[in-house]
Write a protein that binds this ligand. Structure first.
Ligand code: SF4
Ligand code: SF4
Ligand code: SF4
Length: 156
């Protein structure tokens, strides 16, 4: 299940003390998901014993963020069989590399999003993904076409 700011917020101190540099704990929760802030930026969580259990829960909950790429996309290497479906169906590859990655051949562009190496999917350039940046689109094409559920997203 994708992680939501509300789930994180519920476990924060909810005092809006601003020590993290944010005006509210909710704003901090959003920035944590976007990886613009780290849990360590909320000092009260670490300094005040009364938040000990909440801190442990948050640390567990945020573990997937460590594996996520800049767009929140996560590839589970153990599940990937290297079939290359995700590379071929990606609309960015279809558009930018219609003779290479977009038709299942080796990429002919310098900056493909994905490539297969040693039988596994490697993420090379998430900045080209439609989920990246301010005008992002929550594309799910690669995830939906992965036969082994090796691709997931932190949100959407
Ligand atoms: S430092 Fe923690 S408690 Fe204070 S506003 Fe930020 S998230 Fe909330
Ligand atoms: S989310 Fe969409 S644009 Fe991004 S890599 Fe997957 S298929 Fe390509
Ligand atoms: S579609 Fe899934 S199994 Fe196939 S290469 Fe991509 S991540 Fe790996």
């Amino acid at each position: 299940m994708p992680l939501t700011p509300m789930e994180i917020y519920k476990l924060l101190p909810k005092t809006n003390c601003k020590k993290c540099g944010e005006q509210t704990c909710m704003s901090f929760a959003f920035k944590l998901i976007n990886r613009e802030k780290k849990l360590e930026d909320c000092k009260p969580l670490f300094e005040e014993k009364k938040y000990e259990i909440q801190l442990k829960k948050l640390q567990e909950m945020l573990k997937p963020l460590e594996k996520a790429t800049e767009t929140g996309l996560i590839v589970n290497e153990a599940l990937c069989n290297g079939c290359g479906n995700c590379i071929v169906v990606c609309p960015v590859h279809v558009e930018k590399d219609p003779r290479g990655a977009g038709v299942g051949k080796g990429p002919t562009i310098a900056d493909p999003i994905y490539r297969i190496e040693n039988g596994k999917l490697i993420v090379l350039n998430m900045h080209a993904c439609r989920r990246y940046g301010k005008s992002r689109i929550l594309c799910v094409v690669c995830r939906e076409n992965c036969p082994t559920d090796a691709i997931s997203f932190l949100e959407g």
